[in-house]
Write a protein that binds this ligand. Structure first.
Ligand SMILES: O=P(O)(O)O[C@H]1O[C@H](CO)[C@@H](O)[C@H]1O
Ligand SMILES: O=c1cc[nH]c(=O)[nH]1
Length: 251
């Protein structure tokens, strides 16, 4: 745990000079060290609450990784505070569950837009405003994903506020509404369900920064796992995100 203080952001505890312009955003704090292991000269710069930040170098450029925790509120805080200290390009590196029934195990999803099935973004923009990834980031992620050796889907993610509203839908008093909406996401062609992309894309639009997301997609049956979730293929996910960021740095 790092200390806060004057000049440091209130939640992330980062200050100007602590982070690079290009930042990876996993949800899980444990994933930060795995991502930082791909940097040259990685150093832990801050750790507070769910937000763990490392900084190092990729292709000669200063880059960082910060965990966002779970859900839109903490993801929005992470992006806001990182942008205040100079970050401008973000890649979410996450996990998700399949919406389309034909998604193969170990598929990588490049998220080009997100369904705003959450509350955070209503504090930024009316619901009619779409949550879209930046085209530069989508192009770099697609380029890298297609070289990963894993199956790839590019498309829309559902960003929701309740993990158990997806995984244990039938015990919720609003089960019928959740089922009807899941069917709509399926028939509309959404590829996967997760919890942060919409908040990151909307906050990025408002701040004028670039954001995109790449996720592992776990096969599901009607929103529920058919088999216990396997450990997702994080190494390939992370290497693909790093290749995409290196591509963005070089442009
Ligand atoms: O693996 P991460 O990045 O945390 O992403 C997914 O996993 C969490 C739920 O288990 C949510 O944060 C969801 O978006
Ligand atoms: O929100 C999530 C994240 C991972 N897997 C899921 O099924 N849902």
């Amino acid at each position: 745990m790092t200390a806060g203080g004057p000049g440091r952001q209130p939640h992330l505890h980062v200050a100007p000079g602590d982070v690079g312009g290009f930042v990876f955003l996993p949800g899980d704090p444990a994933r930060t060290e795995l991502i930082a292991s791909r940097f040259d000269d990685a150093r832990l710069v801050a750790s507070n609450r769910e937000f763990v930040t490392w900084t190092g170098c990729l292709a000669g450029e200063s880059v960082s990784v910060t965990s966002t925790g779970i859900g839109g509120p903490s993801a929005a805080i992470a992006m806001e505070e990182l942008a205040k200290v100079g970050a401008h390009t973000f890649i979410r590196v996450g996990t998700s569950g399949a919406i389309q029934p034909d998604i193969a195990t170990e598929t990588l999803g490049v998220v080009q837009a997100a369904i705003r099935d959450e509350g955070t973004t209503l504090h930024y923009l009316p619901v009619e405003f779409p949550a879209v990834a930046h085209p530069d980031v989508v192009a770099a992620l697609r380029w890298a994903a297609e070289r990963s050796g894993l199956p790839v889907r590019v498309g829309v993610a559902q960003s929701k506020d309740s993990y158990f509203g997806q995984h244990e839908r039938d015990r919720m008093p609003v089960a019928a509404r959740l089922a009807e909406r899941w069917e709509a996401w399926t028939r509309g062609g959404a590829i996967c369900s997760e919890m942060e992309a919409a908040a990151l894309f909307i906050v990025a639009s408002v701040l004028g920064v670039r954001a995109g997301a790449i996720v592992t997609i776990h096969p599901l049956h009607d929103g529920r796992p058919e088999v216990a979730p396997l450990e997702p293929p994080l190494d390939v996910l992370i290497d693909t995100a790093v290749s995409a960021m290196t591509e963005l740095i070089g442009r």
